[in-house]
Design a protein around this ligand. Structure first.
Ligand code: HEC
Ligand code: HEC
Ligand code: HEC
Length: 472
């Protein structure tokens, strides 16, 4: 799913204004007293059920995919990039004409857990029904009550219709897909599992569908068996291996760091949630209770596999080394930037004018050092994070670093907002390639040398979701 920060931020902003975003509906008293025909049968449902449904809708992130940029929450029309083409989400407001207003609870459950609409239409797994298949009857009921009873119906058609090319336009092929790949097992605690691990497994595998992004897919878009949560490409981004165990890349993170990352979108000297992960934090994970975050972490820890020895362990930097001023690196970068500037007089006349800069150090000085500091260690309060321990810089693939430079960071976490400017209009592909080499060489553990063409490829993912007027 190539999701754009820009469009998601926009949709969130506008959706807030119309007062129809998940919990905020309840919090701000904007509940619409709408009861559909189908829902009237279950009128005995209490406020507690609606609240539970709202929580599950958050945890399952229904709103993010079912709201188009600038559109009304749950009214659909959001385009999801897939290797087969763009798949648009549907209107799931209780509209009798365009939404799920006339649907029975059983029909709703079948769509969400098996990917089959009441008229028999087969859904593509861009709707993560293969994850939701494990959802319990209680949670499906609560979701149904919430969507039917607390969301305003939107009676107009939304956005574009999905048109995939042959043979993907044959939705009946999804019958075969379901037969091959759909695991219909409902969640149930397993013997030997703690309560927290079981809850975490339910959240990770079914509700919060972490595997939609973190589990590699085969050519049919189905999760690769035996590689659960081991890392996968999502649009231009790379969702890292999070099958933590004690040896995996997350093995060196403390539990409270994983929880902070999920809740706030950043964990000091570990990493920052940008791109699709930033959206997952902003729309969904920051609303989870502490005990649910602990449960997710407990479950990730449990993924201790015997084959973990060959997987890369991210180096940890000695914290005592951080924040030495005037370090040798400092002096080198200053020196290199000065040499580049002397060779190109007038370089810094306008700091925002990067056009003529082509050396890595000078580019870093001009575009990045004001926040991440000359030595890449960020500010002491971590408001501008250190690049030295950052997972995007330490990674063996340049994807997340390139995407972060192109798209910036635009995320609201539980502890506030994080904003890094997007450089998509300011830096060329060649400049970004040079900068990535400089940053990974100086601050990372493996110097990376992407080409300008590599950057151009990722740039297409970055802009695919932007409104036409905002494209470069
Ligand atoms: C990752 C994105 C994504 C998430 C998250 C998501 N959906 Fe969907 N959903 C889609 C897409 C895309 C479609 C359309 C699929 C197609 O056309 O085959 C869809 C279709 C549906 C449909 C079928 C509607 C119809 O008219 O046939 C229902 C119902 C639905 N989603 C409910 C939900 C609920 C409830 C949640 C949260 C529990 C949810 N979705 C979360 C992407 C998503
Ligand atoms: C929409 C796709 C998506 C979903 C859903 C998603 N992630 Fe992520 N995740 C990513 C991407 C992309 C990154 C890399 C972000 C970056 O570096 O800025 C990431 C990064 C992470 C990291 C940091 C790993 C590291 O080594 O830096 C953790 C931990 C994580 N995700 C956990 C989860 C958990 C747990 C869930 C489910 C509750 C989840 N993610 C759901 C896409 C996703
Ligand atoms: C105006 C200040 C500012 C500038 C300029 C800036 N950044 Fe950032 N950067 C931030 C903020 C804020 C964050 C996110 C902090 C958070 O999420 O808590 C961030 C995050 C990052 C991350 C994510 C780290 C991770 O662990 O995933 C990387 C990488 C990064 N910046 C690289 C750069 C590079 C390279 C440049 C120069 C092209 C740059 N930044 C310019 C403020 C800035």
């Amino acid at each position: 799913m190539a999701v754009s920060l820009f469009s998601a931020a926009q949709s969130l902003f506008r959706a807030r204004r119309v007062c129809s975003l998940g919990l905020s509906i309840i919090a701000s008293g904007c509940i619409v007293p709408f009861v559909s025909v189908a829902w009237a049968a279950s009128a005995g449902d209490s406020r507690a059920t609606i609240d539970r449904g709202a929580y599950i809708a958050r945890a399952a992130d229904c709103v993010a995919c079912h709201t188009k940029p600038g559109g009304v929450a749950f009214a659909g029309g959001y385009g999801i990039q897939s290797p087969m083409g763009v798949i648009y989400s549907n209107n799931i407001t209780p509209s009798m004409t365009h939404g799920i207003g006339g649907w029975s609870e059983a029909a709703f459950a079948r769509a969400v857990r098996e990917g089959v609409s009441p008229n028999g239409t087969r859904l593509y797994p861009a709707m993560p029904y293969d994850s939701y298949a494990g959802m319990t009857d209680e949670d499906i009921h609560a979701l149904y009550v919430y969507l039917q009873g607390a969301i305003a119906p939107v009676d107009t058609p939304v956005g574009p219709v999905t048109r995939l090319r042959f043979p993907y336009n044959m939705r009946n092929l999804m019958r075969v897909w379901n037969w091959l790949y759909l695991d219909r097992t409902r969640f149930a605690p397993r013997p030997g599992e703690t309560v927290a691990q079981a809850r975490g497994r339910y959240l990770v595998e079914s509700v919060a569908h972490c595997g939609t992004c973190h589990t590699p897919r085969n050519f049919m878009m189905a999760a690769k068996a035996g590689h659960k949560l081991e890392g996968a490409q999502v649009g231009g981004w790379y969702a890292p291996d999070i099958a933590a165990g004690t040896h995996g890349p997350l093995g060196s993170w403390r539990d409270d760091e994983i929880e902070a990352y999920l809740r706030d979108g950043h964990a000091r000297d570990r990493g920052v949630a940008a791109g699709p992960m930033g959206e997952a934090v902003e729309h969904s994970l920051r609303y989870l209770t502490e005990s649910d975050l602990q449960a997710i972490t407990a479950y990730l820890r449990q993924q201790n596999r015997s084959d973990s020895s060959g997987r890369p362990v991210r180096p940890t930097t000695d914290p005592a080394r951080a924040y030495q001023l005037d370090s040798p690196d400092d002096r080198l970068i200053r020196h290199a930037a000065r040499a580049e500037r002397n060779a190109t007089p007038g370089l810094y006349a306008d700091r925002r004018n990067y056009r003529d800069i082509d050396g890595g150090a000078a580019l870093y000085m001009a575009a990045c050092a004001s926040c991440h500091q000359i030595d890449g260690r960020g500010t002491r309060d971590d408001f501008y994070p250190s690049l030295r321990q950052s997972s995007a810089v330490q990674a063996s693939r340049p994807n997340n670093l390139i995407m972060t430079i192109l798209a910036g960071v635009h995320r609201d976490g539980a502890d506030g907002a994080a904003r890094m400017p997007a450089f998509r209009h300011d830096l060329t592909d060649q400049q970004i390639a040079v900068l990535v080499h400089f940053v990974t060489d100086r601050f990372g553990s493996t110097p990376l040398t992407p080409s300008a063409t590599d950057v151009a490829t990722l740039r297409r993912f970055d802009t695919a979701d932007l409104p036409a007027e905002a494209r470069p």
